[in-house]
Design a protein around this ligand. Structure first.
Ligand code: AMP
Ligand code: GLY
Length: 420
């Protein structure tokens, strides 16, 4: 098979690494890719959001399957364009990607099937939003309706903080993404991420993970795209998983099909779990980054069979073969992230790191300049390891961190603290 993956981050490096292990994979192209990806696959300078360009490239290269990593091309309708041109694609249509691109849409889907989620209201008028906030207890959560690169959520401890979040969002801080807001009650409990494959009808659980969103040790400082993750998430017991499938995932997937916009691809179910009861915090319509790095490390080459079955509507009867193992990924970011950071610093020692089924240095934001690897992004590397226990995976992942020579980068030292 000739496979094209769209994206350039650690998630796409991990997807490429796992897919490449499957003997069915002949040619593997990642567009646009990064320096780490270029070590194991071909890369191509495509804009993943440019449907005409991607479709022409897929035709010229006899691509059999297209795998979409990030949300932006999904929301822009890349899957619709590729499917119309006859390609098998892993990812949702633009209509189904609304589960990520509109928080109000997701809330309406939950309402329609009575899925547990925080009580909320949806506003297009700032004065009405402010009046609502003044009547509600704090903390309260203010969310820009649209895509805001993970920055569109404010957990406000005070009414004043909520009022200024409304002013910021509805005043254009995130452009049109904040023109509408969802305001919801604060949920208590422990967060977890649950990933399911879906071919429109059949739902197949792929795995669980826990992310660390804050930049600093002890979950302090500003939110980031994710500073590390581990899989599985201990809070996702069999009972919590079954409750999530029965009360949230299957009803929402059925509601999407009923509306004529079936969901296909991977659904990222962000949950808050309190006393064993799951509530939906958000859906994303793609794999998490860095959660994907842990999942791929554990799944290996079988992921291609699963993705292909999903893209071809054959999930019924498929099985995920899980080993009794654990994975952890530690993100190394450029000093200053998630604020302003320096670009172009040199990372030394990468070539000496072990690369095998227990260790992988996935690249998130790198480029190669002659024989040097340079940091180009905020999140730069995802150092990932697997083990029989989480403690072993933790030890191996931090051994990778400690073997690197990159003074311009940093990481959290406490990934996995809750489970360890
Ligand atoms: P979201 O982008 O909707 O996942 O929100 C980002 C983060 O904000 C989540 O991972 C939670 O940590 C937090 N969050 C969002 N909604 C709520 C809520 N209703 N209650 C508590 N925390 C929330
Ligand atoms: N790590 C969270 C996300 O991918 O949205």
């Amino acid at each position: 098979m000739n496979i094209l993956i769209l994206g350039s981050g650690g998630r796409e490096h991990a997807l490429a690494w796992a897919i490449k292990q499957n003997p069915k994979c002949d040619r593997l192209i990642v567009a646009p890719g990064n320096a780490g990806i270029a070590d194991l696959a071909e890369t191509a300078a495509l804009d993943p959001c440019d449907g005409a360009q991607v479709t022409a490239f897929a035709a010229d290269n006899a691509i059999d399957l297209v795998v979409i990593g990030p949300e932006a091309p999904l929301v822009a309708g890349i899957v619709d364009e590729l499917r119309a041109a006859g390609f098998a694609v892993f990812g949702p249509s633009a209509a189904a990607a609304r589960l990520e691109s509109s928080k109000a849409f997701t809330k309406a889907i939950c309402d329609a099937c009575d899925a547990p989620t925080a009580a909320y209201a949806h506003f297009t008028d700032p004065q009405a939003a402010k009046a609502y906030v003044r009547d509600r207890p704090t903390p309260i959560v203010v969310k820009a309706d649209g895509l805001a690169a993970g920055k569109g959520v404010v957990v406000a401890e005070t009414t004043d903080a909520a009022l200024s979040a409304i002013d910021d969002m509805m005043g254009g801080q995130f452009g049109t993404a904040g023109a509408e807001v969802v305001i919801e009650d604060f949920l208590r409990g422990e967060e977890a991420s649950f990933f399911v494959l879906c071919d429109g009808e059949t739902v197949l659980p792929l795995g669980t993970a826990q992310d660390h969103k804050r930049v600093g040790d002890g979950d302090t400082g500003p939110n980031t795209g994710g500073m590390g993750a581990y899989s599985p998430a201990p809070v996702m017991t069999d009972a919590v998983t079954e409750a999530t499938l029965a009360r949230i995932v299957r009803p929402c997937v059925a509601e999407m099909a009923r509306r004529g916009t079936p969901f296909t691809g991977v659904l990222f179910v962000g949950l808050m779990i309190e006393d064993g009861a799951p509530s939906l915090v958000e859906f994303n319509v793609r794999l998490g980054d860095p959660e994907c790095q842990c999942l791929m490390m554990r799944l290996g080459g079988q992921v291609l069979d699963l993705i292909q079955a999903c893209a071809e509507g054959r999930l019924d009867g498929q099985q995920v073969h899980w080993a009794d193992d654990h994975a952890m990924t530690v993100v190394m970011a450029a000093n200053g992230y998630p604020g302003a950071y320096e670009k172009g610093t040199q990372i030394k020692g990468l070539e000496d790191l072990p690369e095998d089924s227990f260790h992988m240095a996935f690249h998130a934001g790198t480029t190669r300049s002659e024989e040097h690897v340079l940091a180009t992004g905020g999140r730069v590397l995802a150092l990932t390891a697997r083990g029989d226990t989480l403690a072993r995976a933790h030890e191996r992942a931090y051994a990778l961190v400690d073997a690197l020579d990159w003074p311009e980068g940093f990481c959290r030292r406490d990934i996995g603290w809750r489970a360890l």
